[in-house]
Ligand binder design. Structure first.
Ligand SMILES: [Zn+2]
Length: 145
């Protein structure tokens, strides 16, 4: 779906900054720090008119519209992630095949980042981000007893 359509449905204006932020977050497929986001926005706009306040307000609107999540933790810079990529992975029940998303938080994010760094140090390139766990869901696990 086009961002313009989604923004329209959420009654948000499809400003150049809004679209640029969504593009950056989509390409990142994971959390992006506010610093990196600002740098990329400035690099992508020809007139360099994207000021800090505009970026902040746009991110705030996107958060209010439940499209973007802020994964701030103390001592770390703010990170933003598209709601669609906020899941750390998925759990699939081997019996009923139900798939549920694993919810992420900043600790999980940094653990996954560390894992990626470890793999990168071994020359391994990860193309798919996300955990895939299998087992028995609560219903099936209870039914088994
Ligand atoms: Zn199940």
């Amino acid at each position: 779906m086009e961002w313009q359509t989604i923004l329209h449905e959420k009654n948000l204006r499809a400003t150049r900054t809004t679209l640029a932020i969504l593009e950056i977050l989509q390409q990142a497929r994971g959390p992006v720090s506010q610093t990196v986001l600002t740098e990329q926005l400035r690099a992508s706009s020809s007139d360099h008119s994207t000021d800090r306040v505009t970026i902040y307000r746009t991110l705030e609107r996107l958060q209010n519209a439940d499209m973007v999540l802020c994964t701030t933790s103390s001592g770390q810079s703010r990170c933003y992630v598209l709601k669609a990529f906020a899941s750390a992975g998925q759990f699939e029940c081997q019996r009923c095949k139900k798939v549920s998303l694993l919810h992420t938080d900043t600790r999980m994010d940094s653990a996954i980042r560390r894992l990626h760094q470890q793999l990168a140090a071994q020359g391994i390139k990860v193309s798919e981000n996300g955990l895939s766990l299998r087992g028995l869901c609560q219903t099936c696990n209870t039914a088994q007893d």
